[in-house]
Design a protein around this ligand. Structure first.
Ligand SMILES: Nc1ncnc2c1ncn2[C@@H]1O[C@H](COP(=O)(O)OP(=O)(O)OP(=O)(O)O)[C@@H](O)[C@H]1O
Length: 319
Protein backbone atom coordinates (compact mmCIF):
# COMPACT_ATOMS: atom_id res chain seq x y z
CA UNK A 1 0.00 0.00 0.00
CA UNK A 2 2.66 2.38 -1.04
CA UNK A 3 0.42 4.01 -3.61
CA UNK A 4 -2.55 6.30 -3.31
CA UNK A 5 -4.05 4.84 -6.51
CA UNK A 6 -6.56 1.99 -6.15
CA UNK A 7 -5.02 -1.48 -6.29
CA UNK A 8 -7.43 -2.24 -9.13
CA UNK A 9 -9.80 -0.09 -11.08
CA UNK A 10 -12.02 -1.40 -13.89
CA UNK A 11 -14.37 0.58 -16.09
CA UNK A 12 -16.89 -1.33 -18.24
CA UNK A 13 -14.58 -4.31 -18.69
CA UNK A 14 -15.84 -7.08 -20.96
CA UNK A 15 -14.16 -10.37 -21.85
CA UNK A 16 -15.68 -13.15 -23.92
CA UNK A 17 -14.51 -16.70 -24.70
CA UNK A 18 -16.57 -17.80 -27.72
CA UNK A 19 -20.16 -17.82 -26.53
CA UNK A 20 -19.23 -17.35 -22.87
CA UNK A 21 -19.29 -13.83 -21.52
CA UNK A 22 -16.70 -14.27 -18.75
CA UNK A 23 -16.74 -10.58 -17.73
CA UNK A 24 -19.83 -8.57 -18.55
CA UNK A 25 -19.34 -4.81 -18.24
CA UNK A 26 -17.55 -4.91 -14.89
CA UNK A 27 -16.81 -1.57 -13.23
CA UNK A 28 -15.24 -1.51 -9.78
CA UNK A 29 -12.57 0.12 -7.70
CA UNK A 30 -10.57 -1.79 -5.10
CA UNK A 31 -8.84 0.19 -2.38
CA UNK A 32 -9.06 -2.00 0.73
CA UNK A 33 -5.79 -3.44 2.12
CA UNK A 34 -7.10 -6.96 1.40
CA UNK A 35 -10.02 -7.74 -0.89
CA UNK A 36 -11.66 -11.10 -1.44
CA UNK A 37 -13.10 -12.04 -4.80
CA UNK A 38 -15.96 -14.44 -4.25
CA UNK A 39 -18.09 -16.29 -6.76
CA UNK A 40 -19.28 -19.70 -7.87
CA UNK A 41 -17.37 -21.78 -10.43
CA UNK A 42 -17.22 -19.89 -13.69
CA UNK A 43 -18.26 -16.55 -12.16
CA UNK A 44 -15.24 -14.81 -13.73
CA UNK A 45 -12.81 -14.52 -10.80
CA UNK A 46 -9.75 -15.91 -12.58
CA UNK A 47 -10.57 -13.97 -15.73
CA UNK A 48 -10.74 -10.71 -13.78
CA UNK A 49 -7.38 -11.47 -12.16
CA UNK A 50 -5.76 -12.32 -15.48
CA UNK A 51 -7.15 -9.17 -17.07
CA UNK A 52 -5.71 -7.17 -14.17
CA UNK A 53 -2.31 -8.78 -14.70
CA UNK A 54 -2.33 -8.09 -18.43
CA UNK A 55 -2.36 -11.87 -19.15
CA UNK A 56 -5.72 -11.50 -20.93
CA UNK A 57 -6.79 -8.52 -22.98
CA UNK A 58 -10.42 -7.49 -22.55
CA UNK A 59 -12.56 -6.73 -25.60
CA UNK A 60 -13.55 -3.43 -24.08
CA UNK A 61 -13.11 -1.30 -20.99
CA UNK A 62 -10.16 0.12 -19.08
CA UNK A 63 -8.15 -1.62 -16.38
CA UNK A 64 -5.68 0.15 -14.11
CA UNK A 65 -3.53 -1.63 -11.56
CA UNK A 66 -1.87 0.54 -8.89
CA UNK A 67 -2.71 3.42 -11.22
CA UNK A 68 -0.92 1.78 -14.20
CA UNK A 69 -2.72 0.98 -17.45
CA UNK A 70 -2.78 -2.84 -17.53
CA UNK A 71 -2.84 -2.94 -21.35
CA UNK A 72 0.08 -0.61 -22.10
CA UNK A 73 2.28 -0.84 -18.98
CA UNK A 74 2.49 -4.60 -18.58
CA UNK A 75 6.18 -4.75 -17.64
CA UNK A 76 5.76 -2.18 -14.89
CA UNK A 77 2.60 -3.96 -13.68
CA UNK A 78 4.55 -7.26 -13.47
CA UNK A 79 7.33 -5.62 -11.47
CA UNK A 80 4.84 -4.22 -8.95
CA UNK A 81 2.43 -7.15 -8.77
CA UNK A 82 2.88 -10.77 -7.63
CA UNK A 83 0.59 -13.53 -8.91
CA UNK A 84 -0.17 -16.93 -7.46
CA UNK A 85 -2.09 -18.89 -10.13
CA UNK A 86 -4.77 -21.39 -9.20
CA UNK A 87 -3.40 -24.36 -11.12
CA UNK A 88 -0.11 -26.09 -10.63
CA UNK A 89 2.52 -24.26 -12.63
CA UNK A 90 5.68 -25.32 -10.80
CA UNK A 91 8.64 -27.05 -12.39
CA UNK A 92 9.26 -30.32 -10.57
CA UNK A 93 12.97 -30.63 -11.25
CA UNK A 94 14.22 -27.71 -9.19
CA UNK A 95 14.12 -26.61 -5.56
CA UNK A 96 11.86 -23.87 -4.20
CA UNK A 97 14.99 -21.83 -3.43
CA UNK A 98 16.31 -22.04 -7.01
CA UNK A 99 12.87 -21.30 -8.44
CA UNK A 100 12.40 -18.20 -6.30
CA UNK A 101 15.91 -16.91 -7.09
CA UNK A 102 15.27 -17.43 -10.79
CA UNK A 103 11.91 -15.65 -10.72
CA UNK A 104 13.25 -12.74 -8.66
CA UNK A 105 16.01 -12.25 -11.23
CA UNK A 106 13.50 -12.37 -14.07
CA UNK A 107 11.64 -9.59 -12.30
CA UNK A 108 14.71 -7.41 -12.17
CA UNK A 109 16.57 -8.21 -8.92
CA UNK A 110 20.34 -8.75 -8.86
CA UNK A 111 21.47 -12.33 -8.08
CA UNK A 112 22.52 -11.31 -4.59
CA UNK A 113 19.22 -9.59 -3.79
CA UNK A 114 17.32 -12.46 -5.39
CA UNK A 115 19.02 -15.00 -3.09
CA UNK A 116 18.38 -12.90 -0.02
CA UNK A 117 14.72 -12.31 -0.92
CA UNK A 118 14.19 -15.98 -1.79
CA UNK A 119 15.43 -17.02 1.66
CA UNK A 120 13.23 -14.40 3.33
CA UNK A 121 10.02 -15.35 1.55
CA UNK A 122 10.58 -19.08 1.93
CA UNK A 123 11.05 -18.50 5.64
CA UNK A 124 7.88 -16.37 5.72
CA UNK A 125 5.79 -19.12 4.11
CA UNK A 126 7.26 -21.81 6.37
CA UNK A 127 9.46 -23.60 3.81
CA UNK A 128 12.81 -22.67 5.25
CA UNK A 129 13.94 -26.19 6.05
CA UNK A 130 12.73 -27.81 2.85
CA UNK A 131 13.74 -25.01 0.50
CA UNK A 132 16.63 -26.92 -1.08
CA UNK A 133 14.61 -30.07 -1.79
CA UNK A 134 13.29 -30.75 -5.26
CA UNK A 135 9.68 -29.56 -5.70
CA UNK A 136 8.62 -33.03 -6.91
CA UNK A 137 9.10 -34.29 -3.33
CA UNK A 138 6.71 -31.65 -1.92
CA UNK A 139 3.21 -32.20 -0.54
CA UNK A 140 0.33 -30.21 -2.05
CA UNK A 141 0.48 -27.76 0.86
CA UNK A 142 4.20 -27.17 0.30
CA UNK A 143 3.59 -26.62 -3.41
CA UNK A 144 0.90 -24.06 -2.62
CA UNK A 145 3.34 -22.27 -0.32
CA UNK A 146 6.02 -22.37 -3.05
CA UNK A 147 3.55 -20.76 -5.47
CA UNK A 148 2.89 -18.07 -2.88
CA UNK A 149 6.62 -17.52 -2.25
CA UNK A 150 7.34 -16.98 -5.96
CA UNK A 151 4.53 -14.40 -6.05
CA UNK A 152 6.14 -12.47 -3.18
CA UNK A 153 9.82 -12.82 -3.99
CA UNK A 154 10.31 -9.50 -5.83
CA UNK A 155 8.61 -7.47 -3.08
CA UNK A 156 5.40 -6.52 -4.94
CA UNK A 157 3.03 -3.76 -3.80
CA UNK A 158 0.00 -5.86 -4.83
CA UNK A 159 -0.30 -9.62 -4.63
CA UNK A 160 -3.01 -11.48 -6.54
CA UNK A 161 -3.83 -14.94 -5.17
CA UNK A 162 -6.10 -17.26 -7.15
CA UNK A 163 -7.68 -19.80 -4.75
CA UNK A 164 -4.67 -20.17 -2.42
CA UNK A 165 -6.46 -22.73 -0.21
CA UNK A 166 -7.54 -24.95 -3.10
CA UNK A 167 -7.07 -28.63 -2.24
CA UNK A 168 -5.53 -28.03 1.18
CA UNK A 169 -6.46 -30.05 4.27
CA UNK A 170 -7.88 -28.13 7.27
CA UNK A 171 -4.48 -27.55 8.91
CA UNK A 172 -2.86 -26.46 5.62
CA UNK A 173 -5.80 -24.19 4.93
CA UNK A 174 -5.53 -22.56 8.35
CA UNK A 175 -1.80 -21.94 7.87
CA UNK A 176 -2.31 -20.51 4.39
CA UNK A 177 -5.07 -18.16 5.61
CA UNK A 178 -2.83 -16.93 8.43
CA UNK A 179 -0.05 -16.15 5.94
CA UNK A 180 -2.48 -14.35 3.60
CA UNK A 181 -3.77 -12.23 6.50
CA UNK A 182 -0.20 -11.24 7.41
CA UNK A 183 0.53 -9.98 3.89
CA UNK A 184 -1.74 -6.96 4.28
CA UNK A 185 -1.64 -6.55 8.07
CA UNK A 186 2.10 -6.88 8.68
CA UNK A 187 3.87 -6.68 5.33
CA UNK A 188 1.60 -3.85 4.13
CA UNK A 189 0.97 -5.31 0.69
CA UNK A 190 -2.34 -4.87 -1.07
CA UNK A 191 -3.97 -8.27 -1.48
CA UNK A 192 -6.56 -9.51 -3.96
CA UNK A 193 -7.55 -13.11 -3.21
CA UNK A 194 -10.19 -15.31 -4.82
CA UNK A 195 -12.16 -18.04 -3.12
CA UNK A 196 -15.42 -19.97 -3.30
CA UNK A 197 -15.67 -19.76 0.46
CA UNK A 198 -16.90 -16.68 2.32
CA UNK A 199 -15.28 -17.92 5.53
CA UNK A 200 -11.78 -17.73 3.94
CA UNK A 201 -12.47 -14.16 2.89
CA UNK A 202 -13.87 -13.17 6.27
CA UNK A 203 -10.67 -14.43 7.88
CA UNK A 204 -8.27 -12.67 5.53
CA UNK A 205 -9.90 -9.62 3.97
CA UNK A 206 -11.30 -6.17 4.71
CA UNK A 207 -13.68 -6.12 1.76
CA UNK A 208 -15.49 -8.66 -0.41
CA UNK A 209 -16.32 -8.35 -4.10
CA UNK A 210 -18.90 -10.85 -5.36
CA UNK A 211 -19.02 -11.83 -9.03
CA UNK A 212 -22.01 -13.62 -10.49
CA UNK A 213 -22.00 -14.84 -14.12
CA UNK A 214 -19.34 -12.31 -15.07
CA UNK A 215 -21.05 -9.34 -13.44
CA UNK A 216 -20.32 -7.40 -10.27
CA UNK A 217 -23.00 -8.57 -7.83
CA UNK A 218 -21.81 -6.94 -4.59
CA UNK A 219 -18.93 -5.06 -3.02
CA UNK A 220 -18.93 -4.49 0.70
CA UNK A 221 -16.85 -4.32 3.85
CA UNK A 222 -16.06 -7.39 5.91
CA UNK A 223 -16.66 -5.97 9.35
CA UNK A 224 -15.36 -7.45 12.53
CA UNK A 225 -18.63 -6.40 14.12
CA UNK A 226 -19.00 -6.96 17.85
CA UNK A 227 -21.46 -9.73 18.55
CA UNK A 228 -24.82 -8.25 19.41
CA UNK A 229 -27.04 -11.21 18.60
CA UNK A 230 -29.31 -12.86 17.94
CA UNK A 231 -27.65 -16.14 18.95
CA UNK A 232 -28.92 -19.64 19.47
CA UNK A 233 -27.78 -21.74 22.39
CA UNK A 234 -27.76 -25.52 22.78
CA UNK A 235 -27.07 -26.92 26.23
CA UNK A 236 -26.81 -30.18 28.11
CA UNK A 237 -29.80 -31.12 30.25
CA UNK A 238 -33.31 -29.77 30.26
CA UNK A 239 -33.76 -26.75 28.00
CA UNK A 240 -36.86 -25.28 29.66
CA UNK A 241 -35.36 -24.98 33.14
CA UNK A 242 -32.14 -23.39 31.80
CA UNK A 243 -34.20 -20.88 29.76
CA UNK A 244 -36.20 -20.09 32.92
CA UNK A 245 -32.95 -19.57 34.87
CA UNK A 246 -31.72 -17.19 32.19
CA UNK A 247 -35.03 -15.26 32.31
CA UNK A 248 -34.68 -15.01 36.10
CA UNK A 249 -31.16 -13.61 35.64
CA UNK A 250 -32.61 -10.95 33.33
CA UNK A 251 -31.86 -12.56 29.93
CA UNK A 252 -35.02 -12.80 27.78
CA UNK A 253 -35.14 -15.96 25.64
CA UNK A 254 -37.34 -17.49 22.96
CA UNK A 255 -37.51 -20.99 21.44
CA UNK A 256 -35.80 -21.23 18.01
CA UNK A 257 -37.30 -23.30 15.16
CA UNK A 258 -34.38 -25.77 15.59
CA UNK A 259 -35.41 -26.36 19.21
CA UNK A 260 -32.58 -24.34 20.79
CA UNK A 261 -32.71 -21.33 23.13
CA UNK A 262 -32.79 -18.07 21.20
CA UNK A 263 -31.39 -14.85 22.67
CA UNK A 264 -32.36 -11.75 20.71
CA UNK A 265 -29.75 -9.28 21.98
CA UNK A 266 -26.55 -11.07 22.89
CA UNK A 267 -23.77 -8.56 23.58
CA UNK A 268 -20.66 -9.56 25.54
CA UNK A 269 -22.31 -8.70 28.91
CA UNK A 270 -25.28 -10.95 28.17
CA UNK A 271 -23.02 -13.81 27.07
CA UNK A 272 -20.96 -13.50 30.26
CA UNK A 273 -24.21 -13.73 32.25
CA UNK A 274 -25.26 -16.82 30.26
CA UNK A 275 -21.93 -18.46 31.09
CA UNK A 276 -22.27 -17.56 34.75
CA UNK A 277 -25.78 -19.09 34.93
CA UNK A 278 -24.50 -22.20 33.12
CA UNK A 279 -21.69 -22.63 35.68
CA UNK A 280 -24.10 -22.11 38.60
CA UNK A 281 -26.57 -24.66 37.20
CA UNK A 282 -23.81 -27.07 36.11
CA UNK A 283 -25.12 -26.95 32.58
CA UNK A 284 -22.74 -27.43 29.61
CA UNK A 285 -22.98 -25.13 26.59
CA UNK A 286 -22.84 -27.40 23.54
CA UNK A 287 -23.23 -24.78 20.85
CA UNK A 288 -23.44 -21.01 20.63
CA UNK A 289 -24.10 -19.76 17.11
CA UNK A 290 -24.87 -16.43 15.49
CA UNK A 291 -28.37 -16.54 14.11
CA UNK A 292 -28.02 -13.53 11.80
CA UNK A 293 -24.77 -13.15 9.84
CA UNK A 294 -25.55 -10.07 7.79
CA UNK A 295 -22.53 -10.42 5.50
CA UNK A 296 -23.41 -14.03 4.75
CA UNK A 297 -27.02 -13.07 4.06
CA UNK A 298 -25.91 -10.29 1.70
CA UNK A 299 -23.42 -12.52 -0.11
CA UNK A 300 -25.88 -15.38 -0.49
CA UNK A 301 -28.43 -12.92 -1.88
CA UNK A 302 -25.86 -11.47 -4.30
CA UNK A 303 -24.84 -14.94 -5.55
CA UNK A 304 -28.41 -16.04 -6.12
CA UNK A 305 -29.28 -16.35 -9.83
CA UNK A 306 -32.38 -14.21 -9.30
CA UNK A 307 -30.52 -11.33 -7.63
CA UNK A 308 -30.88 -7.86 -9.11
CA UNK A 309 -28.54 -4.85 -9.15
CA UNK A 310 -25.20 -4.90 -7.29
CA UNK A 311 -25.30 -4.44 -3.52
CA UNK A 312 -23.03 -1.86 -1.98
CA UNK A 313 -21.05 -1.26 -5.18
CA UNK A 314 -19.21 2.05 -5.20
CA UNK A 315 -20.84 4.79 -7.21
CA UNK A 316 -19.15 5.90 -10.42
CA UNK A 317 -16.26 3.41 -10.33
CA UNK A 318 -14.06 5.36 -12.69
CA UNK A 319 -10.33 5.00 -13.16
N1 LIG B 1 -9.43 -19.87 -21.88
C1 LIG B 1 -10.76 -20.04 -21.84
N2 LIG B 1 -11.40 -20.54 -22.91
C2 LIG B 1 -12.75 -20.71 -22.90
N3 LIG B 1 -13.55 -20.39 -21.86
C3 LIG B 1 -12.94 -19.90 -20.77
C4 LIG B 1 -11.52 -19.70 -20.70
N4 LIG B 1 -11.22 -19.18 -19.50
C5 LIG B 1 -12.39 -19.07 -18.84
N5 LIG B 1 -13.41 -19.49 -19.60
C6 LIG B 1 -14.84 -19.49 -19.21
O1 LIG B 1 -15.14 -18.20 -18.70
C7 LIG B 1 -15.99 -18.30 -17.56
C8 LIG B 1 -15.33 -17.66 -16.36
O2 LIG B 1 -14.21 -18.45 -16.01
P1 LIG B 1 -13.25 -18.12 -14.78
O3 LIG B 1 -12.16 -19.15 -14.80
O4 LIG B 1 -12.87 -16.70 -14.82
O5 LIG B 1 -14.23 -18.36 -13.54
P2 LIG B 1 -13.86 -18.55 -12.00
O6 LIG B 1 -14.85 -17.71 -11.24
O7 LIG B 1 -12.42 -18.28 -11.77
O8 LIG B 1 -14.19 -20.08 -11.82
P3 LIG B 1 -13.51 -21.19 -10.87
O9 LIG B 1 -13.92 -20.86 -9.49
O10 LIG B 1 -14.11 -22.45 -11.36
O11 LIG B 1 -12.01 -21.12 -11.08
C9 LIG B 1 -16.29 -19.80 -17.38
O12 LIG B 1 -17.49 -20.10 -18.03
C10 LIG B 1 -15.12 -20.45 -18.08
O13 LIG B 1 -15.49 -21.73 -18.59
Amino acid sequence: MTDAAPALSCVSVGKRFGDVLALDDVSLKIRAPATGLLGANGAGKSTLMKVALGLLVPEHGQVRVLGLDAATMRDEVRRRVGYMPEHNCLPTDMSAQDLCVHIAQLRGLSRRDARRRASEVLFAVGLEEERRRSIDTYSLGMRQRTKLAQALVHGPDLVVLDEPTSGLDPAGRREMLAIVRRLSRELRMSVLVSSHVLDDIEQTCDEVVVLRAGRLAAQQAVEAAPRTGPVSLRVTGELGSFAAALNEAGVPTYPTPAGDIGIAVAGDDVLRLVQQVAVEREVGILRLADEGDRLEDAVVAAMSPTAGAPLGAPEGATA
